[in-house]
Design a protein around this ligand. Structure first.
Ligand SMILES: [Zn+2]
Ligand SMILES: [Zn+2]
Length: 255
C-alpha cells in the first residue's frame, strides 16, 4: 500500500514557508504520495486578502513535480458558493478540498467568537453554516477537518453527536448522497479523545451511507508531512470506510 497525505500547505499559503520542492523530497524519503492544498479563502474576516495567491503560477510550478498532486483548500462560507465554484473550475486541480474556517463571517480561530456561548450553541452555529455550504457548493471533492472548531475552543470537551444530532445527520446524509469523503485530519489524533471523536462522527456518517475518507496531515512544515496518516487510514478502515485520494478530481482507493 502506498499512503497518501492529501492536505498540506506550501509557499503559496500565507501561513507556510515550506516549498513544494522540500515537500516533494520529504514525500520521496517517506515513500508516500502527497497532494499540496494551498489555502484559498475569499472574504477572510480578519484579513480579506491573506489567503489568495496566483493560481496560474502555483499550477505551473507544480507541473515541475509530476509526483505531486495539485490541490486547493477552499474556505467555504454560505455567501461564497458561486465564487468558489468558479475558482475550483479555473484550473485543472487534482483535488478540491473544502473547509469551514469561519462561522457567521467570524474566524473561529478567534477567541472572541466563543465568548458568552455554550459549546452546544457553537456546534449548532458551526454545523448550520457547514450544512448551508455543503448544500450550495457544487465543487467539493472532500470535506476537510470536521473537528476544526475543537482545535480552538476552550471547552475541554470534544465534538459529540449529541450536541446537535439532527444537524450532524443532515450533514452526513448530504455528504453520503453525493459520495463526498470526510477527511480524517491527523492534527489532533495524537489525543485519544480526538480519535474517539472521529470514530463517533465517522461511524454515524457510515450508518447514513458514507463510504469514503481522505487522510491529511495539514502540514505547514516538512516534519509534519505524513504524520500519523497510517493511523488515520486504520481508523477509517476499522469503520468500513474506504481511504481514497484524488487525481484529476477522481477518487482512487489508497490500497
Ligand atoms: Zn483548513
Ligand atoms: Zn489546511
Amino acid at each position: 500500500m502506498k499512503l497518501f497525505d492529501c492536505h498540506m500547505h506550501c509557499e503559496c499559503s500565507t501561513d507556510s514557508i515550506m516549498t513544494v520542492q522540500q515537500a516533494a523530497a520529504q514525500a520521496e524519503k517517506l515513500g508516500i504520495g502527497i497532494c499540496v492544498t494551498e489555502h484559498w479563502d475569499y472574504d477572510y474576516p480578519t484579513n480579506p486578502d491573506a489567503f489568495h495567491f496566483d493560481v496560474n503560477e502555483y499550477a505551473d510550478n507544480l507541473e515541475k513535480y509530476p509526483d505531486v498532486l495539485c490541490g486547493i483548500e477552499i474556505g467555504m462560507q454560505p455567501h461564497l458558493a458561486e465564487k468558489n465554484r468558479v475558482l475550483a473550475l479555473s484550473k485543472n486541480f487534482d483535488f478540491v478540498l473544502c473547509s469551514i474556517h469561519c462561522v457567521k463571517r467570524i474566524d473561529i480561530y478567534e477567541p472572541h467568537y466563543y465568548l458568552g456561548k455554550t459549546k452546544q450553541q457553537v456546534v449548532v452555529e458551526y454545523l448550520t453554516d457547514m450544512l448551508t455550504c455543503i448544500r450550495n457548493h457544487t465543487e467539493i471533492d472532500a470535506l476537510a477537518h470536521i473537528d476544526y472548531i475543537a482545535r480552538y475552543w476552550k471547552y475541554n470537551e470534544e465534538l459529540e453527536l449529541s450536541d446537535a444530532a439532527d444537524l450532524w445527520d443532515a450533514v452526513f446524509k448530504e455528504l453520503a448522497q453525493r459520495e463526498i469523503p470526510m477527511e480524517i485530519n491527523t492534527r489532533r489524533i495524537e489525543l485519544a479523545s480526538a480519535v474517539d471523536c472521529y470514530r463517533g462522527l465517522l461511524g454515524r456518517y457510515k450508518e447514513l451511507g458514507g463510504k469514503y475518507v481522505t487522510v491529511g496531515s495539514d502540514a505547514h512544515n516538512v516534519n509534519n508531512i505524513g504524520k500519523r496518516i497510517a493511523e488515520a487510514v486504520a481508523i477509517g478502515e476499522e469503520l468500513g470506510l474506504t481511504p481514497v485520494y484524488f487525481k484529476q478530481r477522481k477518487k482512487i482507493p489508497v490500497r
